[in-house]
Design a protein around this ligand. Structure first.
Ligand SMILES: [Zn+2]
Length: 132
């Protein structure tokens, strides 16, 4: 026998918790970990960063930069720290990973010098244009 309300249907079947990401409806470490891995975007450039020819400290810096996990002042401010965020190099703009590595005048000059050695031009507007 079922009782029906306008918005709620009451069924005689006992409610139970069901994990939708497994066949049997039960949660396990394996199914939870598989779901966790599915939600992580695939990083295709990790082999280039974690090469044995690159010092580990440089790989770690690049990895954190690409994932926007460097402890720059803009991220620290978003985490609740009270900082007057200014670039410690140029003092003009707020300190962010994009500014430090792409937009800061020193970074722009450095990238232009590096790329001119290879007779190439570089756009430092965005990371996407940088790698094209
Ligand atoms: Zn700067």
């Amino acid at each position: 026998m079922c009782f029906r309300n306008d918005r709620i249907t009451i069924s005689p079947v006992v409610d139970s918790l069901v994990w939708a990401n497994s066949r049997d409806g039960r949660v396990s470490c394996k199914t939870a970990y598989s779901q966790f891995l599915r939600d992580i975007p695939q990083v295709v450039w990790w082999r280039d960063v974690w090469s044995r020819f690159i010092p580990h400290s440089r790989s770690a810096l690049t990895w954190r930069l690409m994932l926007n996990r460097l402890p720059t002042e803009d991220l620290l401010c978003r985490s609740g720290f009270q900082l007057a965020s200014r670039c410690s190099i140029c003092g003009v703009s707020s300190e962010s990973a994009d500014h430090l590595f792409l937009h800061c005048p020193l970074a722009v000059a450095l990238w232009e010098a590096v790329f001119s050695a290879f007779q190439r031009r570089v756009s430092t507007e965005t990371w996407q244009s940088f790698f094209l």
